[in-house]
Design a protein around this ligand. Sequence first.
Ligand SMILES: NC(=O)c1ccc[n+]([C@@H]2O[C@H](COP(=O)([O-])OP(=O)(O)OC[C@H]3O[C@@H](n4cnc5c(N)ncnc54)[C@H](O)[C@@H]3O)[C@@H](O)[C@H]2O)c1
Length: 324
Amino acid sequence: MVSLVTGGAGFIGSHLCELLREKGDFVLVLDDFSTGRRDNLEKLAEDPEVQLVEGTILDQGLVNSLVQQADRVFHLAAAVGVKLVVQRPLHTANVNLLGTHHVLEAAATSGTPVLIASSSEAYGNQAAQRFQESTPSVLGPVQEMRWIYGLTKLADEYLARAYAAERGLRVVSARFFNTTGPRQTGRYGMVVPRFVQAALAGEPLTVFGDGSQVRCFCHVKDTAQAVTMLLDTPHCLGHVFNIGSTESVTIEQLAETVIEMTGSSSRIEHIPYEQAYGVGIQDIRFRIPDISRLREATGFEPKHSLRDILADVIAYYQEHGCEG
Ligand SMILES: NC(=O)c1ccc[n+]([C@@H]2O[C@H](COP(=O)([O-])OP(=O)(O)OC[C@H]3O[C@@H](n4cnc5c(N)ncnc54)[C@H](O)[C@@H]3O)[C@@H](O)[C@H]2O)c1
């Protein structure tokens, strides 16, 4: 089985590549190293069953030739992270819309099944506490650029459905909720690596807003497992699935737990979103996935608790040092 992973040098992609190798797949990686890193694939560097191609999903010819060599495609490449998205909205739209269009076009032409990585952000500015795949998406105001990311992910899902309907594409959309773990960078605003690095350095943990936002963090290894289960299960094709953990925590509690687990003397500071991102952005109170559809279809169950995840991230930054 040849699996193509776009964005395979990224945080989730690199863990997915390792899992696919454990399962015996030949793994083709396409990545432009914009937010991904060669080091993320360090464990697979000498593996002859892994081929790393540096290039962009914006290159339709390259995407076509790689998809033709693959038996299945995991499409994870995207512009990611609130900070990057608000600073580079045009780049975000190009990569997430045009790039995904290229991947879907290539997969439809060669008859290759594909999983596309969508996001809980596709629910947009929806005030629900728990999100089911049938929960309507609510568009955020166009003045707030942060919503462009969710909009591109939702548009990708519609595009996938259009390709399925008109070109017979076998495609599944996976809505990732907060995924975290070793190798996630804090550079683009991701909260767990930011908190852990600050705690290890004895610096303040900066909470954006009042800290009462509720999130569920899923270990990247659990997310990678769910992703492979979805493409391994033929009746999942044609559908949308939430992927995530259902263990909820407020951001304030998360900061307190990181301080406790690292034994840090750091304190917690609160700053407004405007100060954090340079523009006022509206955050959502709750991001809790309902994963019953995924459970029923694949038998998936997250195996790692929040404390397991934090222990792994702390160990990672203790071993690798914090980001500059
Ligand atoms: N981490 C999360 O909590 C989360 C939540 C929801 C959705 N997602 C989705 O999961 C996927 C992976 O995200 P991640 O957290 O691993 O982030 P990441 O930034 O580590 O991974 C994205 C990868 O795509 C690559 N990439 C970006 N533009 C590219 C292009 N034009 N051509 C080729 N490669 C390109 C980057 O270099 C990087 O390796 C993304 O599609 C993201 O939208 C992640």
